[in-house]
Design a protein around this ligand. Structure first.
Ligand SMILES: NC(=O)c1ccc[n+]([C@@H]2O[C@H](COP(=O)([O-])OP(=O)(O)OC[C@H]3O[C@@H](n4cnc5c(N)ncnc54)[C@H](OP(=O)(O)O)[C@@H]3O)[C@@H](O)[C@H]2O)c1
Length: 275
């Protein structure tokens, strides 16, 4: 669980806890428990409306702040430079942290020039509010543009990634520029649980379909942030470092991708079509 990937100066733990749709006491308890169990990475966002509870969970865990990698994301309606700086400070106030480890642009916003937004993001980093900065939901064209325009190195692109979606092009573009790929919805919002191929491969390893699915991603050097609201699932979702998939198994899982595999179809208004 402490394994990390290095990307443009950042060390990102390969397994993190996703927190979308977690709120209130449940959220704080899940974060606390995950950290007690050895998770070292927590993913939140302004739009999840749970930064306060995520911060509470981090503090309640009693661990050292330096041992936890906290990511939050700026919502695209705050991409004008002054809004971005203000909203980043508001996020830190809700989290009750002096800095986050990673601050991401949550979705591209075609209505604000990317150079201005990236300039503000870099400024926030230089002011010490974020140790690292990055992007999320950027397609190949936008990755290239962001890398060219950003005054500070971008360390990751957080995108939907799981066996049912072919993200080869985006992953290749990230690798070309040294960006880590962080997979969101890594178990396809629960769909991996009942996939016959993942179940069958799991049986051969004494593992569940979910564990095989997550292993397939981390074995490619992709970080995963599975989300669960059930404390009893935290441990098994992270128990993916004690087995390895064969080349044949990796290829068989890759063949599960299909054109309608995407499970998160939201796009911030006006986002250009996917590649
Ligand atoms: N950057 C972005 O735009 C973006 C978009 C989407 C998500 N994200 C991030 O990525 C995180 C993960 O994605 P996600 O929440 O969409 O979906 P996910 O992690 O792929 O799947 C979550 C679903 O899987 C179920 N589940 C988890 N572990 C399980 C297990 N061991 N066995 C059976 N079912 C299990 C959960 O149910 P239970 O709760 O009942 O266990 C939940 O319904 C989010 O929470 C968020 O932090 C980012």
């Amino acid at each position: 669980m402490t394994e990390t990937i290095e990307a443009n100066g950042a060390r990102i733990p390969l397994v993190g806890l996703g927190t979308w749709e977690l709120g209130g006491r449940t959220c704080a308890r899940l974060v606390e428990q995950a950290l007690r169990l050895g998770y070292r990475h927590v993913d939140t966002a302004q739009i999840y409306d749970n930064e306060r509870e995520v911060g509470e969970g981090v503090r309640a865990s009693g661990g050292r702040r330096a041992d936890v990698f906290v990511t939050t994301k700026i919502w695209p309606s705050h991409f004008k430079p002054r809004d971005l700086e203000r909203s980043a400070k508001e996020s830190l106030a809700r989290l009750r942290l002096p800095e986050v480890d990673l601050l991401l642009l949550h979705w591209p916003n075609p209505h604000v020039p990317l150079a201005e937004t990236l300039g503000a993001l870099a400024k926030v980093k230089r002011e010490g509010l974020a140790r690292h900065i990055g992007i999320s939901n950027f397609n190949v064209r936008l990755i290239e543009e962001a890398v060219r325009l950003s005054p500070e190195p971008l360390v990751c692109n957080q995108v939907e990634a799981h066996p049912f979606l072919d993200q080869t092009k985006v992953i290749e573009a990230c690798r070309r520029h040294g960006l880590a790929v962080v997979a969101y919805s890594p178990i396809a919002r629960g769909q991996a649980v009942r996939d016959p191929v993942l179940i069958e491969i799991g049986k051969a390893h004494g593992k569940s379909a979910v564990q095989v699915c997550l292993r397939w991603l981390v074995q490619q050097g992709i970080a995963v942030i599975p989300r669960t609201a059930k404390i009893e699932r935290l441990e098994s979702n992270a128990a993916i470092f004690d087995f390895a998939l064969s080349d044949d198994e990796m290829a068989r899982i890759a063949r599960l991708a299909h054109p309608r595999g995407r499970v998160v179809n939201f796009a911030f208004s006006g986002t250009p079509e996917w590649d």
